[in-house]
Design a protein around this ligand. Structure first.
Ligand code: GLV
Length: 326
């Protein structure tokens, strides 16, 4: 029997690729941009394993073209790029990389919160534009973070890590999520309705996965409920937020500012109106991008592939139901 074939849709740290290559034949897509859908479709028929990224759409058509696939491993904690029900139906285990990125992502959500609150990008630009002529009592004044009210929508692992940071800033934390009021209280927060959270928070930070229910969860109605001094932070997925409604809210001063690590679509086109706004800080989906965390994510993704090839349960499996089938 020949060795299993595995396709990796982007360069990973050499150490991780070396580890994978001990178990199978590895083909790596070594271009900077992701492979087109058709390229994956073309290759998948001969694959036992696929290690993909959140930029790769993995749907039922691809799975149907992959009779020998034993594992699909996503190098991300989120997996909205993969049709999970279709994978489960076909008995294909899907791996992801939860846990290791919680603190790194929470750090970054807080970094966006601080940067927008205290207008750091604008202040940098101010100097580059030659405007720093003197100390001035009102110029570039922002919002206090200490003692403010933070609304967290979605209190899973990352939302809870953001809450821990908020306690150091003496913030009151309101939470809207599926966890019980007791669980949230133990984490130092207060469970409230979405409407209460939006109307009372000085900062709102999004930490829900993208699903049919959370698609455009924050739209015109929700933005209108927020304070005109409120700041919205999104490190979840771009489509949790309606970008047109956000543009209007930021332009018309319905909210004060936004800090976005994720956009709809990604990458954001350079002519997107959100990029024209001074009160919208946008960065290119880098919340988990510390060297240490991205290395650990790559290792987890590789370990999921290796387990799948061996017919073992994936260490971090999104659809463990596949192991309960007869
Ligand atoms: C990044 O967005 C991830 O889901 O890991």
């Amino acid at each position: 029997m020949g060795r299993d074939q595995v396709f990796v849709t982007r360069e990973l740290p050499p150490k991780m690729l070396g580890k994978l290559a001990e178990h199978c034949d590895v083909e790596v897509w070594d271009e900077f941009l992701p492979p087109d859908y058709e390229i994956i479709l073309d290759k998948i028929g001969g694959l036992a394993g696929l290690l993909c990224l959140l930029t790769d759409r993995i749907d039922a058509q691809l799975m149907d073209a992959a009779p020998d696939i034993k594992v699909i491993s996503n190098l991300a904690v989120g997996y909205d790029n993969i049709d999970i029900p279709a994978a489960t139906q076909r008995g294909i285990p899907i791996g992801n990389t939860p846990g290791v990125l919680n603190e790194t992502t929470a750090d970054f959500a807080f970094a966006l919160l601080m940067a927008t609150a205290r207008r750091i990008p604008e202040a940098r630009q101010y100097i580059h534009d030659g405007k720093w002529l003197t100390w001035h009592p009102t110029v570039l004044s922002g919002q206090d973070v200490f003692g403010a009210t933070l609304g967290i929508i979605g209190c899973g692992r990352i939302g809870a890590a953001v809450m821990r940071r908020a306690s150091g800033f003496g913030m009151r934390v309101l939470v809207n999520s599926l966890e019980s009021a007791d669980e949230i209280q133990q984490l130092g927060g207060e469970k409230v309705s979405l409407d209460e959270l939006l109307s009372q928070s000085d900062f709102v930070s999004l930490h829900v996965p993208l699903t049919e229910e959370t698609h455009h969860l924050i739209g015109e109605r929700e933005l209108k409920q927020m304070k005109p001094t409120a700041i919205l932070i999104n490190t979840a997925r771009g489509s949790v937020l309606d970008p047109e409604a956000l543009y209007t809210a930021l332009r018309d001063g319905e909210i004060l500012a936004a800090g976005l690590d994720v956009t709809e679509p990604e990458p954001i086109p350079l002519d997107d109106l959100l990029l024209s706004l001074e009160n919208c800080l946008i960065v290119p989906h880098i919340a988990s991008a510390s060297v240490a965390t991205r290395t650990k994510m790559a290792e987890m993704a590789v370990d999921n592939v290796i387990a799948g090839l061996r017919g073992q349960a994936l260490p971090t499996c999104v659809n463990p139901e596949v192991y309960q089938r007869g």
